[in-house]
Design a protein around this ligand. Structure first.
Ligand code: AHR
Length: 324
C-alpha cells in the first residue's frame, strides 16, 4: 500500500472516530428518565446496574424510578418525567398492554421514548425504538435444546412462566411450543406463572412435583428465567431428586447463579439475555438527537445457548460482580 492510500485510510478513520465521539458527546448533560420494573430477578438487577453505568459514562443525568412490579407506578413515573421536561424516557414495560395514553402524552411533549427488554401492544409511532431480544427465538432455542437432549424418549415437561401479560412470558412460551411441535414424545404437562422470581419458581415447582408422582413423572422443567429455575432446582432437591439428571433444567438469562448450578451438575442449559440494553439505546438516542436519524424500530440483542460444555465456571467468574 502506498503512502497516499495509507494517509487516506488514516484520515477516514480519524473522521469516523471524531463523528462517533461527537455523537456520544451530544448526550453529555442530558437528563433521561428510566422507569424500571423492579428487582424481581438477578438479570433485572444487572440491567439496572449496567444502565446506571452506561449513563454515567456518557455524562447523562439518569432519573431512576423503581416501579416495584406495578404498571400504575410506571405510568406515574413517566408522567413525572414528562412534567420535569426530561430529554428522553426509557421504560422496561412490566406488561404489554395499557400504554397508549401515557406514550401519547410523551409524544405530545416531544420526548422520545425507548423501550428496554420488553415490548408493548401500542402503535409503533409512540416510541422511538425498542431494544430487546427476540423472545420467541429464546423459547425456540430452549425448546430445541430439549428436543435434541431427549431424542425419542417420552418426556413430560413442566413450565414456569414469567409475569402474566409480559411479552417475555407470552413469547418465550410461544417459541418453546413451536420447537416442540411435531415431537409427540414431548408434552407440556403443566404450566403456571412463577412471576420471574426465585421464591415463586420454587413454590410452583413444589406443586408440580406433588401433582406428578413426587416428581418421578417429570422429565424436564422449562423456566422462562434462570431465577425461577434456581428456585425449581431447590424444590427438586428438597423432593430427594437430582436436578439436571432426574429432571432436566433449561431456562433463559445466563446469570451467574445458573452457571454455578451447571458447575454443580444441577442445570443443563440457558439462553443468554444481555443486561446491556442501555448501551444500544443510548447510541440510538445519540444518533437521533444528532441529525434526526431514525433508529431501527426494533434493535435485537443476541440469544446464545450455553450448556455445561461452555466452561460454566469461566462464565460464572466473568459475570460475577457485573451487577447480577
Ligand atoms: O424482560 C426480561 C426478563 O425480565 C428476564 O428474562 C427476567 O429475568 C426478568 O425479570
Amino acid at each position: 500500500m502506498n503512502i497516499i492510500s495509507k494517509l487516506a485510510i488514516a484520515a477516514s478513520l480519524a473522521t469516523a472516530l471524531t463523528s462517533v465521539a461527537i455523537a456520544q458527546d451530544n448526550l453529555n448533560g442530558l437528563t433521561v428518565g428510566f422507569s424500571q420494573i423492579g428487582s424481581e430477578s438477578g438479570w433485572r438487577a444487572a440491567e439496572t446496574s449496567v444502565t446506571k453505568q452506561q449513563a454515567e459514562e456518557r455524562g447523562i443525568d439518569l432519573k431512576f424510578a423503581d416501579a416495584q412490579q406495578k404498571q400504575e407506578n410506571q405510568i406515574k413515573a413517566i408522567r413525572g418525567f414528562i412534567a420535569q421536561g426530561v430529554d428522553a424516557i426509557m421504560v422496561a414495560p412490566v406488561v404489554a398492554t395499557g400504554w397508549d395514553d401515557v406514550l401519547t402524552e410523551a409524544k405530545e411533549a416531544e420526548i422520545p421514548v425507548i423501550l428496554l427488554d420488553r415490548g408493548v401492544d401500542a402503535p409503533e409511532d409512540l416510541y422511538l425504538t425498542s431494544v430487546a431480544s427476540d423472545q420467541i427465538k429464546e423459547g425456540r432455542v430452549a425448546g430445541q435444546w430439549l428436543v435434541d437432549a431427549v431424542g425419542d424418549a417420552d418426556c413430560k415437561v413442566v413450565e414456569l412462566q414469567g409475569t402474566v401479560g409480559s411479552t417475555p412470558a407470552i413469547n418465550r412460551k410461544q417459541g418453546f411450543e413451536e420447537a416442540l411441535a411435531g415431537h409427540d414424545n414431548l408434552t407440556i404437562a403443566r404450566s403456571q406463572t412463577g412471576d420471574f422470581t426465585r421464591s415463586k419458581g420454587k413454590e410452583v415447582m413444589e406443586g408440580f412435583i406433588k401433582a406428578e408422582n413426587g416428581g418421578a413423572d417429570i422429565c424436564a422443567v422449562y423456566a422462562h428465567n434462570d431465577d425461577m429455575a434456581v428456585g425449581a432446582i431447590q424444590a427438586i432437591k428438597d423432593a430427594g431428586l437430582k436436578p439436571g439428571t432426574d429432571i432436566k433444567v433449561v431456562s433463559i438469562d445466563a446469570v451467574p447463579d445458573i452457571f454455578a448450578a451447571m458447575v454443580a451438575g444441577e442445570a443443563n442449559a440457558t439462553v443468554e439475555l444481555t443486561p446491556n440494553m442501555a448501551g444500544p439505546a443510548f447510541d440510538a438516542l445519540s444518533a437521533y438527537l444528532a441529525d434526526g436519524t431514525a433508529p431501527d424500530k426494533f434493535i435485537i440483542t443476541e440469544s446464545k445457548l450455553y450448556t455445561p460444555a461452555d466452561n460454566p465456571q469461566g462464565e460464572y467468574d466473568t459475570r460475577k460482580g457485573l451487577g447480577y
